[in-house]
Ligand binder design. Structure first.
Ligand code: PLP
Length: 378
């Protein structure tokens, strides 16, 4: 008798590669920890932004989108432009890898790579100056501003729907490394609209202004894609319940442990978030934790994976639990953020939640188009 076919639906045949790679693999690491493992997290951000701008008539097919990026956002934007018939200019820092650069070029993006500059801030300022120069010469270009424009959060609503269907257990905690903040806010806001008890845990490097650790400048602390040297409007401080600050060696310990224990080859920001998430699962065994794994390990082979024998044993590591930013100390600190406002740039403690507005609810004035800060991540 001929087979009546499989009982499970066949996998979808995608119309474009962005549909295939945007969706994470969900992997259960323990009863209370699920990893969302992305090839690249930024496809949701780029697709959501481009579709919204096209639908609003802000840009039209054939127009040129421009942004400054040193990493996975540039590639995601170039892919979204490829899909929707737009042109793309990327002002890339000198750190953009040859792998990303050649893909951008083949996709038809124009890449303006900045000269070698040891001072990161200067590199960022130069990149913004270059974008502004391009905009002056080509007034029709659209500046994406992934760090500030809330349009980059919209695509993550689709991810929120997927997560609620696949991980229906509540209460849920999202554990995410924070760069622009678009993914953690874009995912958590729609989940909280259904389930307000959802916690958000943010992971930061030392040396970042976003959550007040800028007084720890340490070039070795760099974890690609997360943290910032300047404030980003897409970081919505009032959404975060807890913050972890994690140094490079601890992030490396988490990255290697994730591969040893679960055979998952993921990037450094995922390793840092894994370390934080394991601590959170011990603290809150009644919750299911969703760990965001933003990229694969390929970019970190030399700095992290090839040095696996030097990795610290993750099980021996514990954070310093602090209650004020004054107590912040490397290599790992954690603090209840309690949905407070943005810290002042001097690294002083943030204002209490009462002046920050209602948690999880958009506040007028906050979602304004951003100031034109230079930008180090993404
Ligand atoms: C490797 C990596 N992890 C985490 C993030 C953080 O994502 P978001 O910018 O949405 O906060 C980024 C952003 O560029 C990244 O590149």
């Amino acid at each position: 008798m001929p087979s009546t076919g499989p009982s499970t639906p066949p996998p979808p045949v995608h119309l474009h590669v962005t549909d295939a790679i945007k969706t994470p693999s969900l992997i259960r690491l323990s009863d209370t920890l699920v990893l969302a493992r992305f090839e690249t997290l930024k496809v949701y951000a780029a697709l959501g932004a481009v579709r919204t701008l096209l639908a609003a008539g802000t840009v039209r097919p054939g127009d040129t989108l421009v942004d400054s990026s040193s990493g996975i956002y540039a590639l995601a934007l170039a892919m979204a432009c490829h899909r929707y018939g737009l042109r793309c200019h990327i002002v890339a820092s000198t750190t953009v890898t040859p792998t990303i650069r050649s893909q951008l070029e083949i996709l038809g993006a124009t890449v303006h790579q900045m000269p070698v500059e040891s001072d990161l801030r200067l590199d960022q300022h130069r990149r913004v100056a270059r974008v502004q120069e391009l905009l002056r010469a080509n007034p029709g270009m659209h500046w994406m501003r992934q760090y500030h424009d809330p349009v980059h959060r919209l695509g993550y609503a689709e991810l929120a729907t997927l997560v609620r269907a696949a991980v229906p257990q509540v209460p849920l905690t999202v554990v995410a490394s924070v760069g622009t903040g678009a993914s953690s806010a874009g995912l958590t806001l729609p989940i909280r609209a259904h389930e307000p008890s959802t916690r958000l845990v943010g992971v930061q490097p030392f040396g970042s202004v976003s959550f007040g650790s800028e007084r720890f400048p340490d070039p070795d602390a760099i974890i690609a894609g997360i943290g910032s040297a300047i404030p980003f409007d897409n970081v919505r401080h009032e959404l975060y319940d807890q913050v972890h600050w994690i140094a490079f060696r601890h992030a490396m310990a988490g990255t290697i442990a994730l591969m040893r224990s679960h055979a998952v080859f993921a990037g450094l920001s995922t390793g840092a978030a894994y370390l934080a998430a394991r601590w959170e699962t011990r603290r809150h065994p009644e919750r299911v934790h969703l760990l965001i794994g933003a990229d694969t390990g390929h970019r970190y082979v030399d700095k992290v994976f090839a040095r696996h024998r030097e990795a610290l044993d993750m099980d021996t590591l514990e954070p310093v639990e602090i209650t004020s930013l004054d107590e912040l100390a490397p290599p790992w600190s954690t603090m209840p953020w309690a949905r407070r406002a943005r810290p002042s740039s001097t690294g002083q403690d943030p204002q209490p939640a009462a002046v920050a507005g209602r948690p999880g609810i958009d506040r007028p004035g906050i979602d304004r188009p951003g100031t034109d800060w230079p930008a180090p991540t993404g």
